[in-house]
Design a protein around this ligand. Structure first.
Ligand code: M6R
Length: 614
């Protein structure tokens, strides 16, 4: 999620590093920092854009001149607000080691307590800072070690994901890097090397790169690099030649950010669950609400407020919380809630959901709920956003920056958070330990199942091509999949400008059925659950009026293919996790229909990523 850049060679490092950070800036980071080695270690960091950091460096004059090695970072906050102090690099107490990190250290709190008990003082709220103190502790306990060995030993204590770069003024002619879960690329120049979290900052300097694999470390000097495993076994690495344009690299090789973000979902889903889903223990660990869980469980009612896609996630949340925790839930459009004099009291818990954390209506709903005495909890993607700050407690979705205006990975991340919340609220009350384990296992299997759905991208594009000239479309689903029908319709309309509506399938006969003719595509979610046979009847109703049926069905189903013109098969899963699967074909269909119509999917007309006005 964070951006990493490193340089070691014979040129001035600071301008190269800043330029590299700018190449990563398209992802929308919240703070930046740099460390260079020119005799001493010099570290500068700043909240905000890379421009802010650059301004600071200009003000600081020529302090960085002469440095030909260094590391730099753009941060997407996960632990601790965006601020100067939480920006990377982080340093050890004596200021001779600097470290940047991309990923999440899952056991940081145990490591931190341990280090504090040994006298270490922390200067940030990040999980990353433990890494530098850990290296420091190991190095101090055995000064005969090299930096590389100290890093290696430190990493043995770390659980979670990391891409790290470490420099030290004690060994100023090297950069030590390591990777587990978070990408790292080494660019090979002429007597110089570049390091980055993706190829974007490297490609203007060299097209020769080495991709580190998980569990590998590299030591990079001005003349050479060696790659070993974290267990110290030397590795032969293949040098890859990049043949991408810079723009393509920023989008990870995808045509659009939206497509990239759709494809990122399996990984994002794992990140959302990382360290939180404990299947064997039959529980979820939700740090952000732990202290408030008892109060949450005692709520007489939960009210969920949000807008757009986040509101659809809220509807799924309603089904999940009522199904498992048996607490009554109401879901309101934040824009309606704020003006309708809602009945809310201190017995209620209000959950606001927002990717950006800045949506004006959601923020107003939050403030009103607080005024009325409700406990307000947030589910946000952007750490330190206004909504995250103003809620009493909450959970981050950890989906990473979402650049495409149409929300995709943020939605599935929100649903996973709501699923985990439903489990936390049920534990010890409404469902057994074994049921929780079963549900968590189902949830943990979702990322792999989503990957299997994504493999059908080409086939889905073929279907999209058939419907690209539609004027209208109907999306129908039931139960947990009803909100997915709404989300499918929203995705299509916002990026392709085709009029689309979502309905609970049974509502069709109360009105929308009048719209059906041979030009109307009707997208059904017809997976095997307790409403399956009812959905089949709804499909028959559409067919007999000559509507064109495209269905999402469970693998192995034979009935649906008899009725539908096109079927997209998805892996079977339990009803409560199904929305995480059924939404994916709809995202892809909307994406392909829109691109085939020549629409700008990443920046659809009239829409903003973050709606900060009423
Ligand atoms: O940042 P938020 O989640 O609060 O944004 C809410 C809506 O504006 C947002 O979901 C919008 O509907 C998206 N364009 C949907 O793709």
């Amino acid at each position: 999620m964070c951006g990493i850049v490193g340089y070691i060679g014979r040129r001035e490092a600071a301008p190269l590093l800043l330029n590299g950070l700018k190449r990563l800036e398209y992802r929308g980071y919240d703070s930046a920092g740099i460390a260079v080695l020119n005799g001493d270690m010099q570290v500068f960091k700043r909240k905000g854009s890379v421009g802010n950091l650059e301004e600071m460096l200009n003000v600081s004059g020529t302090v960085m001149l002469g440095a030909t090695a260094g590391i730099a970072h753009t941060r997407w906050a996960t632990h601790g607000d965006p601020s100067d102090r939480n920006a990377h690099p982080h340093m050890n107490v004596t200021g001779d080691i600097a470290l940047i990190h991309n990923g999440i250290v899952e056991n940081y709190s145990t490591l931190k307590q341990d280090l504090i008990s040994q006298g270490y003082v922390f200067n940030s709220d990040t999980d990353s800072e433990v890494l530098v103190h850990l290296i420091d502790r190991i190095w101090k306990s055995d000064p005969s070690l090299e930096l590389e060995a100290a890093v290696r030993q430190a990493l043995r204590h770390v659980e979670g994901a990391y891409g790290i770069c470490v420099v030290s003024s004690r060994e100023p002619d090297k950069i030590v890097v390591a990777r587990k879960g978070s990408p790292l690329v080494i660019g090979i120049g002429n007597n110089e090397f570049f390091i980055a979290s993706d190829a974007a900052p490297i490609v203007e300097h060299t097209n020769k790169v080495v991709y580190l694999s998980d569990g590998e470390m590299a030591v990079i000097t001005r003349d050479n690099y060696t790659v070993k495993t974290i267990e110290n076994v030397e590795q032969e690495k293949r040098v890859t030649e990049l043949d991408f344009s810079l723009e393509k690299i920023e989008k990870g090789g995808y045509e659009h950010f939206m497509l990239k973000e759709i494809f990122e979902q399996p990984e994002v889903m794992r990140d959302v669950m990382r360290g939180r889903v404990r299947i064997d223990e039959g529980r979820v660990q939700l740090g952000g609400i732990e202290d408030y869980l008892d109060r949450l469980k005692q709520a007489k009612r939960v009210v969920i407020c949000a807008c757009g896609t986040s509101w659809h996630a809220g509807l799924i949340g309603e089904y999940l919380i009522e199904e498992f925790a048996r607490i009554p839930v109401e879901v309101d459009y934040a824009s309606e809630f704020r003006y309708r004099n809602p009945i809310v009291s201190s017995d209620d818990v209000v959950i606001v959901i927002s990717q950006s954390g800045e949506t004006a209506d959601t923020l107003a709903a939050l403030r009103l709920a607080k005024e009325k005495g409700a406990m307000v909890m947030g589910i946000c993607n952007v750490v330190g956003s206004t909504i995250a700050r103003e809620t009493l407690c909450g959970m981050y979705t950890h989906a990473g920056p979402e650049v495409g205006v149409a929300s995709t990975k943020a939605f599935t991340a929100q649903v996973i958070v709501l699923f985990m919340l439903a489990m936390a609220l049920s534990k010890g009350r409404t469902i057994s330990h074994d049921e929780i384990r079963l549900n968590l296992r189902e949830l943990a299997e979702v990322p792999d199942k989503v990957s299997r759905i994504l493999e059908q991208n080409d086939a889905i594009k073929v279907i999209a091509n058939e419907f690209k000239d539609a004027k209208n479309a109907l999306y129908l689903g039931r139960g947990f999949n009803f909100p997915v029908a709404l989300e499918g319709a929203l995705k299509l309309k916002e990026i392709s400008y085709i009029h689309a509506e979502g309905y609970p399938a049974a509502e069709m006969k109360h009105g929308p059925i009048a719209l059906i003719d041979e030009d109307m595509p009707v997208f059904f979610i017809a997976t095997r659950d307790n409403t399956y046979t009812k959905i089949l009847s709804n499909i028959e109703e559409v067919r007999s009026r000559k509507g064109r049926v495209i269905a999402i069905a469970s693998e192995g189903d034979r009935e649906v293919s008899r009725l539908a013109e096109h079927v997209i098969y998805i892996p079977q899963a339990s009803g409560p996790v199904m929305p995480l699967l059924t939404v994916v074909p709809f995202q892809l269909l909307a994406y392909h229909i829109a691109t085939l119509r020549g629409c700008n999917v990443d920046r659809p007309r009239n829409l903003a990523k973050s709606v900060t006005v009423e």
